[in-house]
Design a protein around this ligand. Structure first.
Ligand code: ZN
Length: 198
C-alpha cells in the first residue's frame, strides 16, 4: 500500500482494523470519505468522537446509553421482578425488537471465556448479584449458545440457585454458536417462550 500517501494509508489502516472490513473495502471507504464534502466527513468524525465521549453504561442494567439510567430501566411499565441476562447491548436490542418482553435486562458486557482469559470478574456479574437483593422473581439467562455463552449460563445459574430465585434458560432453538443479534424475531420469541428452569 506504499503507493498511497501517508494520510490515505493511515485512514485505510484504521478502517481495515474494523471487524468485517477487509483491505479492499477499507480502500473503497477511505476514498469515499476523502471525496465526501468537508461537512459530511466532519459529521462522521464528530459522531465517532461524541459517541466515544458520551456513551456509558447504564448504572442499573449496564447497557450502553447516553444517560446515567437507560430508557428501559426508567420505564415505569417494565416489570422489574423479571431480569433477562444478555451478553451485550446488541442482544438487548434484538429482544427489544420483538416488542413482547416486558421485563428488564442485565447486560454482562461479555461472556466468560477461559480461552480468552475472560473470567467472571471481567463481566458485570457482581452487579447482577447485587440487583438480586431487590424484589426479583425470575432471572432469564439469554446468553448465546456458544461455548462461552453456555459456560456463562452455567456459572450464573450455580451462583443464583442458592438464593431460591427462579433461574431459566432460553430454549436452544437458537442455532449453536449463533449470535443472538442475527436471529430473527420469531426464533427469539420461541426461545423465550420455550425457556426451561435450570
Ligand atoms: Zn438500564
Amino acid at each position: 500500500m506504499d503507493h498511497f500517501s501517508g494520510h490515505i494509508k493511515e485512514l485505510i489502516d484504521q478502517l481495515s482494523a474494523l471487524p468485517g472490513v477487509g483491505s479492499k473495502t477499507a480502500q473503497r471507504l477511505a476514498f469515499h470519505i476523502i471525496n465526501m464534502p468537508a461537512e459530511k466527513a466532519k459529521a462522521l468524525s464528530d459522531a465517532i468522537r461524541e459517541a466515544k465521549e458520551n456513551v456509558r453504561e447504564c448504572s442499573v442494567c449496564h447497557t450502553l446509553t447516553d444517560d446515567d439510567i437507560c430508557p428501559i430501566c426508567r420505564d415505569e411499565e417494565r416489570d422489574r421482578s423479571v431480569i433477562m441476562v444478555v451478553e451485550n447491548s446488541r442482544d438487548l436490542a434484538a429482544y427489544e425488537k420483538t416488542g413482547r418482553y416486558k421485563g428488564v435486562y442485565h447486560v454482562l458486557q461479555g461472556a466468560i471465556s477461559p480461552l480468552l482469559g475472560i473470567g467472571p470478574e471481567d463481566i458485570r456479574l457482581k452487579e447482577l448479584i447485587r440487583r438480586l437483593e431487590g424484589d426479583v422473581s425470575e432471572v432469564i439467562i439469554a446468553t448465546n449458545s456458544s461455548l462461552e455463552g453456555e459456560t456463562t449460563a452455567m456459572y450464573i445459574s450455580k451462583l443464583i440457585k442458592p438464593t431460591g430465585i427462579k433461574v431459566t434458560r432460553i430454549a436452544s432453538g437458537v442455532p449453536v454458536g449463533g449470535d443472538l443479534e442475527y436471529i430473527d424475531e420469531v426464533t427469539l420469541l420461541r426461545a423465550l417462550d420455550g425457556r426451561t428452569e435450570l
